[in-house]
Design a protein around this ligand. Structure first.
Ligand code: ASP
Length: 350
């Protein structure tokens, strides 16, 4: 891990916090004992240390939700908020529940084309009001990362990233790995963008950098006519065909075994090939958390012969949101298939 020389902007860093909910801002309902989303004032009042940062911090608060209720409509709202405020702030911190954080991070990475400022997403496993909360540290570190610049004055992080406990991960490479551990996220096929210990140690080689600087372009159309199909030994032709025949479906992320392998039975390959012939784009991703789809076994080769696209080392979260984004651009199935294998913003090893 190489450590970059980190600085802060010449002016007081200007950061916009966008609050969407999640455990970080929740409080316990005494009658049910369950955690429920609560407002931003409660959250920020619990972190008086934020003032010590000496940043100019503004906030936009959405109706707080458990991130299980997150939807493309919320992503559009977040993207619009970032787009409208892009010039006014050095960086953005998005507070979000952990359950769907990796989906949001992936979606935003595609919707914010040419992003050159930090969008740091964080949350916590324990509510901010609890004594042992991880939320305070995550919020403070996310703000520091969002404010960090390089020697040339440009932002250190120029992409959508997830900050959680000891690591900063590329958003579209991250997956929620634990419902318990404070290190809840991991990017199994890509190194951390930074390690957080006594200092924040950036990994220069891993941070996303564009060759050309172009103005931010926001995409606010997503197509939800996509779905996952998860393989398991015993899957029947009836259930597979039923899923493939889902009305309106345009794209399917097929979760396969190991290096991208699937049953070789003729009924299986025929059902897949027929769906592709009907114009459905099918992308192969592995059920394994680490590694990707490779041309290693005949069982995987039989699947790719049907016209299934290799998702290589992309995460399932990035694959499904990339499909929503590409179909949202009104591309034809052939164009979606073609674009899918290319890296749009570091989500796949092309
Ligand atoms: N259910 C919560 C959410 O995703 C979990 C969390 O924030 O950790 O909103």
């Amino acid at each position: 891990m190489t450590q970059s020389h980190a600085m802060q902007p010449a002016h007081r860093p200007r950061i916009l916090i966008i609050y969407t909910g999640g455990t970080i801002g929740m409080i316990e309902n005494p009658s049910t004992g369950c955690l429920e989303p609560f407002d931003f004032t409660h959250l920020i009042d619990n972190v008086p240390k934020v003032r010590k940062l000496n940043f100019d911090i503004d906030n936009v608060s959405f109706t707080p939700i458990d991130s299980s209720d997150m939807s493309p409509a919320h992503w559009v709202e977040i993207v619009r908020t970032i787009g409208e405020n892009y010039r006014l702030y050095d960086g953005f911190v998005l507070l979000h529940g952990t359950d769907t954080m990796a989906y949001t991070a992936s979606a935003l990475s595609f919707m914010l084309e040419n992003l050159a400022k930090p969008v740091i997403i964080t949350g916590s496993q324990l509510p901010i009001g609890e004594v042992r909360t991880d939320g305070e540290e995550n919020l403070i570190t996310a703000l520091q990362i969002a404010a960090q610049t390089r020697d040339d004055g440009r932002p250190m992080v120029q992409e959508v990233a997830i900050l959680f406990e000891n690591y900063l991960w590329r958003g579209n490479r991250a997956t929620k790995m634990s419902a318990d551990n404070f290190n809840a996220f991991k990017s199994n096929n890509y190194p951390p963008l930074a390690q957080i210990g006594l200092g924040i140690h950036y990994n220069d080689d891993a941070l996303y950098r564009r060759n050309e600087r172009r103005p931010l372009r926001t995409h606010v159309t997503l197509d939800s006519d996509v779905m996952f199909i998860d393989l398991f030994p015993g899957i029947t032709e009836r259930t597979l065909r039923h899923q493939l025949a889902t009305p309106g479906v345009k794209g399917i992320v097929l979760k396969t075994y190991g290096a991208g392998n699937a049953p070789t039975a003729p009924w299986f390959t025929s059902a897949i090939a027929e769906a592709i012939a009907r114009g459905i784009v099918i992308v192969n991703v592995t059920q394994c958390v680490n590694g990707g789809v490779t041309k290693r076994y005949a069982a995987g080769d039989a699947l790719s012969a049907t016209g299934v696209i290799s998702g290589a080392d992309i995460t399932a979260e990035a694959a499904i949101t990339k499909m929503m984004h590409l179909f949202g651009l009104n591309l034809s199935p052939a164009e979606v298939a073609e674009s899918f294998t290319q890296s749009l913003c570091g989500e796949i090893t092309a």
